[in-house]
Design a binder for this molecule. Structure first.
Ligand SMILES: Nc1ncnc2c1ncn2[C@@H]1O[C@H](COP(=O)(O)OP(=O)(O)OP(=O)(O)O)[C@@H](O)[C@H]1O
Ligand SMILES: [Mg+2]
Length: 260
């Protein structure tokens, strides 16, 4: 089990100055949310609505312009091993093999000795046993993404920040990896926050779905997914959540057709 934490975003806004003009991009506008260990939060919303910005703020890579982010009532500080961020454009160390990429942070923290089995196990979970000695340049995009994912999971952070972790995967591998991530999360009960463009994935994995909108970036809806796991993607309740979220994202239509 991971440490129990409460993450609070209180009226968080983030502006980015544009380089060419004096204008400021309002990347996030007054976002407030409380998230706890044991929750799996899915973030969905159009491109540019501030999803990655939220993860980078929580990771401590950037600071809010106004508002506060606290973990257990303490302001989030510098990036640390308590928060693991998997970047949207995952990059591996090209000079290290798959095995050494996965083992990297354990080695850096002097924790690799005695944990070699864990590295091995993680590589098996993502189905890359036969590629453990290959270099990133020899992997497909989807394989590299799976390595980046376990490189983040292996640290067992209290807060897991995943930015479109499965975006480069084919549909079947993607569904398998959704279940693998859920298994790890269910075992460790950490707080997971995942960005996805896939509404079904958001509902399938999330205990809550935060729906965002752009200009300015903000949270427009906070939906608790009240369905037991594993979820049936074709159940009536699941489809109802999907229609509701698609409507909020302005892609409604299905539910209207059903009502007619
Ligand atoms: N470092 C930066 N400098 C200037 N503007 C930025 C910076 N980072 C993000 N932005 C702007 O902030 C807004 C939100 O960006 P963000 O990357 O959080 O969006 P997103 O929701 O993750 O989008 P996507 O789905 O395309 O990944 C965008 O308008 C983007 O151009
Ligand atoms: Mg993004």
């Amino acid at each position: 089990m991971s440490k129990n934490v409460v993450l609070k975003m209180d009226n968080v806004s983030k502006g980015f100055a544009k380089i060419e003009t004096d204008e400021v991009t309002n990347a996030l506008n007054q976002v407030s949310a409380t998230m706890k260990s044991g929750e799996f939060i899915s973030l969905v919303g159009p491109s540019g609505c501030g999803k990655s910005t939220i993860l980078r703020l929580i990771a401590g890579l950037i600071q809010p312009t106004t508002g506060t982010i606290t973990i257990d009532d303490k302001p989030v500080g510098e990036p640390g091993p308590d928060r693991g961020l998997m970047f949207q454009k995952a990059t591996l160390f090209p000079w290290l093999t798959v095995w050494d990429n996965v083992a990297f942070s354990l080695r850096m923290q002097g924790k690799l000795k005695g944990n070699e089995d864990k590295v091995e196990n993680m590589i098996n979970v993502i189905g890359l046993k036969d590629f453990r000695d290959d270099y990133p340049g020899q992997l497909s995009g989807g394989m590299a993404q799976r390595v980046a994912l376990v490189r983040c999971l292996i640290n067992e952070p209290d807060i897991l920040l995943l930015d479109e972790p499965l975006g480069a995967l084919d549909a079947f591998t993607r569904m398998n990896m959704q279940d693998e991530i859920l298994k790890i999360w269910q075992r460790r009960q950490q707080l997971a926050i995942m960005v996805t463009h896939d509404v079904d994935e958001a509902i399938y994995m999330g205990t809550r779905v935060l729906v965002m909108d752009a200009h300015p970036g903000r949270v427009i809806s906070d939906i608790t997914i009240d369905l037991p796991m594993p979820r049936d993607r074709s159940s009536r309740e699941f489809v109802a959540y999907r229609n509701d979220i698609l409507n909020k994202l302005h892609f409604g239509g299905t539910s209207k057709a059903e009502e007619a």
